[in-house]
Design a protein around this ligand. Structure first.
Ligand code: SME
Length: 169
């Protein structure tokens, strides 16, 4: 049975992410359903890290990004590639760390409380775009390079465990 223990804010960021990665592996290891895994992954991160107001997925439907499981206020449903922080991460396939969303040209304001955000592209083993993992904060400059490394590592676990056929896990 999965035991959630909130990573202590006393831990360093890398240690917090190490703990989250172990918890994410435990949550998804025996489950093949993508929506179930995405829902629990977003809840795990949202409820474990401090200073967040939104954490969730946008999945690529072949044309644009469509909102998936998330925690936080209702969000914009569809985002074209190249638009906003999410669309930029998807198009460039590069993690976007935005210290102040008001300085990001074309930022899409779903929740006016959001001040900073990090978006990690999700790419399958065969190179196909899966979507993006988007985390927002009401604090300016909430995310730094350590968050980028930690979120990227978490997203690798998500792609490995949630986007790999159970037969080849
Ligand atoms: N801020 C994002 C839009 C999604 S919401 O934050 C949930 C963006 O500009 O891509």
């Amino acid at each position: 049975m999965f035991q959630a223990s909130t990573p202590s804010s006393q831990l360093s960021k890398p240690a917090q992410y190490d703990e989250l990665i172990a918890q994410a592996r435990s949550l998804m290891a025996d489950e093949a359903d993508r929506i179930a895994n995405a829902a629990n992954f977003s809840s795990l991160v949202f409820n474990s890290l401090e200073g967040l107001n939104w954490a969730g997925f946008y999945f690529f439907d072949g044309v644009e990004l469509v909102v998936g499981p998330f925690q936080g206020k209702p969000a914009c449903v569809r985002i074209p590639l190249g638009k906003g922080v999410c669309g930029t991460a998807a198009q460039t396939r590069a993690t976007q760390v935005v210290r102040d969303v008001h300085e990001f040209p074309g930022h899409i304001a779903c929740d006016s409380a959001s001040q900073s955000e990090i978006v990690v592209p999700l790419v399958a083993a065969d190179g196909a775009l899966i979507g993006v993992w988007d985390v927002d904060s009401p604090l300016v400059a909430r995310f730094d390079d350590e968050d980028a490394k930690g979120m990227e590592a978490l997203c690798r676990v998500f792609v490995e465990l949630a986007w790999t056929p159970a037969s080849s896990k």
